[in-house]
Design a protein around this ligand. Structure first.
Ligand SMILES: Cc1cc2nc3c(=O)[nH]c(=O)nc-3n(C[C@H](O)[C@H](O)[C@H](O)COP(=O)(O)OP(=O)(O)OC[C@H]3O[C@@H](n4cnc5c(N)ncnc54)[C@H](O)[C@@H]3O)c2cc1C
Length: 616
C-alpha cells in the first residue's frame, strides 16, 4: 500500500530541534556529537544507519495510554520528543476506551471524598497473594513486586499529572466500575468527563477521547512532534546483544480505505511530520520508549502464553490500531526478555470477553457508519438485548453453555470480600469458585476442531424471525456483515452457508444444527434446561427464516510483555538493563492490572527517566 516516495513537506533536523522547544542546555548537548559520524560508519556493517533521517532525544513508539504521558513528561524535562505511530491518528486503544482510569495511592480525588489510601496500602493490595479471582486465577500472585512498587509510588502523582495536562475527571467518589485487579482495600477507579478541549473527536465516540485528546493537545503544546502512519519494525542497538539502543526504523503504513487511494488523516495535524517515504530511520539521542500496546492481534505471539487463543478470536481495538507484538518482537530481537507470562491465561476474569454484540467481525466496539474507519469495520453489529432470544452453537452446530451467562464479576476489586484481611490465607478460601462457563466452553472445546491448529472455531448465535421481531433488529448491512451473518429458510441451508465465513473451516453438519434446535425447542416446552441450566428458557426457534450471526469472544488486553524494572527500563535475559530502552503499558510484563491506570503511570515513569539519560 505504500505510495511513491517523495520528500514533500519534510522539515529539516535543525527545524525539528527548534520546533521541539528544547532548552539551551539541551541544544548544546544535541550539537555536541563529534563521534556520531565515526560511530555510524563503524556500525554500518551491523545494519545501523550511517545517516539518520530524523533524530530526537526521546523517541516514543506508540501514542496511546503509555506513549502520550511519556511524551509529555519527557518534554517537560527539556527533551526533544518524537512520537512515531503506525496508525493514522493518535490515541491507540486508549482513544477507544471507556475513559475509566484506575489510579489510587492517595489521589486528590480520594482525599476529597475521604477515602483512605496510600502507596503502601496500594502496594500491599497489588501483591496480596491471598486474593484469587472467582475463576480460580490468583492474579496478584504473579505480579512482579518491583513493578508493583513503582506503580504504587507513582499512581497518585500520575492522577495529578493527568489533571494538570487537561484531563477532566468527574467530581464524584472513585469507585470500581471498569476496574480490574486494582486492589481490594480502597475504591480507585476514576471516570473522565468531556471537557472544553476543542475537538474531542473519536472514531468510536468512546469516553477515552476525554482522556487522550487533552493529552494530545498538551503534548503538541509542549513541542512533541508526531510521525503518524509509520510502523516501527526495528530497534537499533550497538550490537544485537550489547551496548545501548541507538534508534529505530519504521515503514510507511497509511490507512487507505477500500475503494479509495487517499490515506486517512489524523484529526489534528498541527505539528505532525508529513512524509510518505517508504521507510524512515530515527536516531534516539537518549532513549527509545516502546509503548506499542501489546500483542493481542498477533495470533502466534499470543498463543505462546495460551495456545487456545487461535486465529478466530478477535481483539478489542481492531480495526483501529494494531496490537501486533511489534514492540515486543523488536525488543526481543535485541535481547530483551519476556516477563510475567503466567499472568496471561484464559482463566483470568475479563481477559477474553463475551460481548452483547453479534453479526459483525469486530465485536468489542459497535462501529458507527459515520466513523472514519467504518469501511474497515464494515458493520455495526446487532446489539443483543436478551440472550433468551438466541442460542449459541459451536462450529459443529452444538450448544455448549447457558447463553444468558458469560459475564463474570471483577474478581479482585474493592469490597469483593467481607471480611477482607490483607494477606490472610483464608481470603482465598472465602472466594466462591464460579467457573467461566462461556469462555472455557467456547475456547477449550474440541468439537469439530481440525488441522492445522485444532482451534475451537467460531461461535454462532442462532435465532429465528420471531427473535428478530422481539429484538427489533434491522438485519440489512451495514447492521450486519455478509461474511459474518447468514440467513436461510431451513436450518440445513443455514448450516451449509457458514463456510463462506473465513474462520468456519469445517462444514457444520446440518443434522447437528437441526438436532440442536429440536432439542432446545423441547427444552423450552419442558421449561427446564437440563443440558446447560439456562434459567427458564423462553422461546422456541421455529419460524423461518433462520439466522446465524458471528458471536465469538474477544481478547481484551495483553497481560505479559517485555521485562522492565521499577524505572520502566527494559531488561535482557540476564536481568541486565538494556541502556536506552524503555517500555510500559500492555507491551510490558509483570502486571495484572487492566487498562489505562497502569499504562499512564508507566508512561509517567518512563518519560522522566528516559529524558535524564545521557545523550550519545
Ligand atoms: C474498546 C476498549 C475499551 C477500553 N476501556 C477501558 C477503560 O474504560 N478503562 C481502562 O482502564 N482500560 C480500558 N481499555 C484498555 C486500555 O485502553 C488499554 O489497556 C490501554 O490503552 C493500553 O495502553 P498502551 O499504551 O499499552 O496501548 P495503546 O493505548 O493501544 O497505544 C498503542 C499505540 O501504539 C501504536 N503502535 C503499535 N505498534 C506500533 C508500531 N510497531 N509502530 C508504531 N506504532 C505502533 C498503536 O497504533 C497505538 O496508537 C479499553 C480497551 C478497549 C479496546
Amino acid at each position: 500500500m505504500s505510495l511513491k516516495k517523495k520528500e514533500k513537506g519534510r522539515i529539516s533536523r535543525r527545524g525539528f530541534i527548534r520546533g521541539a522547544g528544547l532548552g539551551a542546555g539541551a541544544i548544546a548537548a544535541a550539537s555536541a556529537l563529534p563521534s556520531l559520524k565515526a560511530q555510524a560508519q563503524q556500525s554500518a556493517a551491523s545494519g545501523i544507519p550511517e545517516q539518520w533521517d530524523w533524530e530526537a532525544d526521546v523517541v516514543i513508539i506508540g501514542s496511546g495510554a503509555t506513549g502520550l504521558p511519556a511524551a509529555i513528561r519527557a518534554a517537560q524535562e527539556g527533551a526533544s520528543v518524537m512520537v512515531v505511530d503506525a496508525n493514522y491518528d493518535v490515541g491507540g486503544h486508549a482513544l477507544l476506551s471507556g475513559g475509566n482510569v484506575a489510579l489510587g495511592g492517595g489521589t486528590s480525588a480520594q482525599k476529597k471524598f475521604g477515602i483512605e489510601d496510600s502507596p503502601d496500602l496500594l502496594f500491599q493490595d497489588l501483591t496480596d497473594w491471598s486474593i484469587v479471582e472467582s475463576s480460580g486465577m490468583p492474579d496478584y500472585r504473579y505480579n512482579d513486586r518491583g513493578v508493583q512498587r513503582a506503580l504504587a509510588d507513582n499512581e497518585s502523582p500520575t492522577y495529578e499529572f493527568l489533571v494538570e495536562n487537561g484531563v477532566l475527571f468527574a467530581d464524584q467518589v472513585p469507585d470500581v466500575r471498569g476496574g480490574h485487579a486494582i486492589g481490594v482495600s480502597a475504591p480507585r477507579e476514576n471516570h473522565t468527563i468531556r471537557g472544553q478541549v476543542p475537538g474531542l473527536e473519536s472514531p468510536s465516540g468512546a469516553g477515552g477521547t476525554n482522556l487522550m485528546r487533552p493529552l494530545e493537545a498538551s503534548a503538541r503544546k509542549k513541542g512533541v512532534r508526531f510521525l503518524l502512519n509509520y510502523h516501527m519494525d526495528v530497534i537499533f542497538r550497538e550490537t544485537p546483544t550489547s551496548g545501548r539502543v541507538l534508534g529505530i526504523q519504521a515503514s510507511y503504513t497509511p490507512t487507505v480505505l477500500p475503494g479509495t487511494t487517499t490515506p486517512l488523516k489524523s484529526f489534528r495535524s498541527q505539528g505532525n511530520i508529513e512524509m510518505d517515504a517508504d521507510s524512515v530511520t530515527v536516531k534516539a539521542r537518549k532513549a527509545v520508549i516502546v509503548a506499542t500496546g501489546g500483542h493481542t492481534g498477533n495470533v502466534n505471539f499470543r498463543r505462546m502464553f495460551d495456545s487456545r487463543l487461535t486465529e478466530e478470536i478477535q481483539y478489542g481495538g481492531a480495526p483501529f490500531s494494531p496490537q501486533d507484538a511489534s514492540g515486543e518482537l523488536a525488543g526481543m530481537a535485541i535481547g530483551a526478555s519476556l516477563w510475567g507470562t503466567a499472568n496471561q491465561t484464559l482463566e483470568r476474569n475479563g481477559f477474553v470477553r463475551k460481548r452483547n454484540l453479534i453479526g459483525s467481525q469486530y465485536l468489542y466496539v459497535s462501529w458507527k457508519p459515520d466513523s472514519p474507519i467504518f469501511p474497515l469495520a464494515r458493520a455495526t453489529g446487532l446489539q443483543v438485548g436478551d440472550w433468551q432470544n438466541v442460542i449459541s452453537v459451536n462450529q459443529a452446530g452444538k450448544r455448549f453453555y447457558d447463553e444468558t451467562s458469560g459475564n463474570w464479576p471483577n474478581g479482585s476489586t474493592f469490597s469483593f470480600l467481607d471480611p477482607y484481611v490483607p494477606g490472610d490465607w483464608r481470603n482465598a478460601r472465602r472466594i466462591p469458585y464460579d467457573p467461566q462457563n462461556y469462555i472455557d466452553a467456547a475456547l477449550a472445546m474440541n468439537e469439530g476442531s481440525a488441522a492445522p491448529d485444532y482451534g475451537a472455531g467460531p461461535t454462532w448465535a442462532i435465532f429465528d424471525s420471531d427473535a428478530v421481531g422481539r429484538e427489533g433488529w434491522d438485519l440489512e448491512p451495514p447492521a450486519t456483515d455478509p461474511l459474518y451473518f447468514f440467513g436461510a429458510d431451513t436450518l440445513a441451508q443455514l448450516a451449509a452457508k457458514l463456510t463462506h465465513n473465513p474462520y468456519q473451516k469445517v462444514e457444520m453438519p446440518a443434522g447437528n444444527l437441526e438436532a440442536t434446535v429440536a432439542r432446545y425447542n423441547s427444552i423450552v416446552e419442558f421449561g427446564h434446561d437440563v443440558d446447560f441450566e439456562k434459567p427458564s428458557p423462553l422461546y422456541k426457534i421455529e419460524t423461518p427464516p433462520f439466522y446465524a450471526a458471528w458471536a465469538g469472544p474477544v481478547v481484551h488486553d495483553s497481560y505479559a510483555g517485555l521485562r522492565i524494572n521499577m524505572k520502566c527500563q527494559v531488561m535482557d535475559f540476564n536481568g541486565e538493563v538494556i541502556a536506552g530502552l524503555y517500555c510500559g503499558g500492555e507491551s510490558a510484563g509483570g502486571c495484572s492490572q487492566h487498562g489505562t491506570g497502569r499504562c499512564t503511570t508507566q508512561g509517567y515513569i518512563a518519560g522522566k527517566v528516559a529524558a535524564a539519560e545521557p545523550s550519545w
